[in-house]
Design a protein around this ligand. Structure first.
Ligand code: SF4
Ligand code: SF4
Length: 192
């Protein structure tokens, strides 16, 4: 064997030993990942999942949302949609002007009129949907909400095989979670 060949073999062996040392070192380190789905991550406090509705303080079945449309307007991906209706004396007149449906203390850039007093109108949220496949998790909707009615969920285990799986009905989700918390069966199966 020539000296050149011998030197190449020693160099290759040394490279192998260095690689095995790195592998061995990683092998005995504590695991940073979990074997999902057999295990789940316990600490998700800093996880930013899809947005979710926050319930009213005195009623977990009712969202805190005052239906001001600010989150819808600011979303750069246009992935939030909501539907509502209004009841009461001023509800019919305000039906065509979302700004009129604001809580009186909230200023709206979308209406030149003042909102009616609370006893004259009641806003009912019919639907609040998120197309999560479009969401960039930018957080603008959470920041602009004047009453902290939306927040990031801790839902790290959302999976689906179709785009429709990521079209989330957040109002139904809120009600389902409230029902589950009360020990009742969920009102609607949720992918979220
Ligand atoms: S986090 Fe950003 S992209 Fe996602 S819904 Fe909110 S505003 Fe839209
Ligand atoms: S910004 Fe907040 S209060 Fe206004 S519609 Fe969105 S979630 Fe509701």
């Amino acid at each position: 064997m020539s000296m050149k060949r011998l030197f190449q073999n020693i160099k290759g062996l040394w490279s192998l030993l260095v690689g095995l040392k790195v592998t061995g070192g990683e092998l005995i380190k504590p695991w940073l990942t979990v074997h999902y789905p057999r295990q789940e991550v316990e600490n998700l406090s800093s996880y930013r999942g899809h947005i979710e509705l926050v319930p009213a303080t005195d009623d977990p079945l009712t969202p805190r949302c005052i239906m001001c449309w600010k989150c819808v307007e600011i979303c750069p991906s246009r992935c939030i949609s909501l539907r509502m209706h209004a009841t009461g004396e001023a509800g019919v007149a305000a039906a065509d002007d979302p700004g009129l449906l604001l809580a009186p203390e909230v200023k709206s850039p979308y209406s030149a009129h003042l909102a009616p007093p609370p006893d004259k109108i009641e806003r009912i949220l019919d639907s609040y949907r998120l197309n999560y496949s479009l969401c960039s998790l930018c957080g603008l909707c959470v920041q602009i909400c004047p009453v902290d009615a939306i927040r990031f969920s801790r839902n790290a285990y959302l999976v689906g095989t179709t785009r429709q799986s990521f079209e989330l009905d957040l109002l139904a989700r809120l009600k389902s979670q409230a029902a589950s918390a009360r020990g009742a069966a969920p009102t609607q199966p949720q992918g979220a």
